[in-house]
Design a protein around this ligand. Structure first.
Ligand SMILES: O=P(O)(O)OC[C@H]1O[C@H](OP(=O)(O)OP(=O)(O)O)[C@H](O)[C@@H]1O
Ligand SMILES: [Mg+2]
Length: 181
């Protein structure tokens, strides 16, 4: 295990069980709908690539890069688009794939944009929901698991751009944050 990790919350097996369950649900709900599946970079990269491989059906994939945390563990409050979608969402069934809903600001911003751009439908599939972090009212339609009010890393999620590559999801040792401040 990476020496900076205090405890593992979800192992590779746990994550696989979650993606398989959500994949089966989405395959059923999106049958015949050719969804535009939008991965929110960078955090959702691992989840999106595992999730879509659970769905052997027609879909299109696109990527949007937005950021609001920078190197901190608290949201800056401002969501910045680093890279927009290639595809148009007009009249499409958009499925946003996110790693985590924390304050909810990122997803509120994105759902508002996609509705303004006249998507036919907009739904959210999030691997993790952190309800205690919520600042704006937003709810994912598909949730992998609910997490406690702790900063989690691994499987795409970072602290100061580190730990995205870890195959599990865990919590950092307090001294890792202390070293940064
Ligand atoms: O509900 P919120 O408080 O908005 O937080 C959730 C968002 O924050 C993280 O992204 P971040 O802005 O750190 O960019 P990253 O995905 O590139 O790490 C995470 O990947 C979500 O997209
Ligand atoms: Mg981040």
């Amino acid at each position: 295990m990476n020496p900076d990790i205090l405890k593992v919350l979800y192992s590779q097996d746990d994550i696989h069980a979650i993606t398989a369950r959500l994949g089966a649900e989405l395959k059923h709900d999106y049958a015949g709908k050719n969804p535009l599946v939008v991965c929110i970079l960078k955090g959702a990269i691992m989840f999106m690539t595992d999730l879509v491989r659970e769905i052997d059906d027609y879909m299109e994939l696109d990527f949007m890069d937005v950021s609001s945390y920078g190197d901190a563990t608290e949201s800056s409050g401002e969501v910045k688009i680093i890279k927009d979608l290639d595809a148009s969402v007009k009249d499409r069934n958009v499925l946003i794939v996110e790693d985590i809903v924390d304050t909810g600001r990122t997803l509120k911003y994105l759902t508002d944009i996609f509705k303004t751009r006249k998507a036919k439908s907009v739904r959210i599939c999030a691997l993790m929901d952190k309800p205690e972090g919520r600042v704006v009212d937003v709810q994912a339609d598909y949730v992998g698991t609910t997490v406690p009010n702790e900063f989690v890393v691994g499987y795409g999620l970072d602290y100061a751009e580190r730990y995205r590559n870890l195959p599990y999801i865990g919590v950092l040792k307090p001294e890792v944050y202390a070293a940064k401040s």
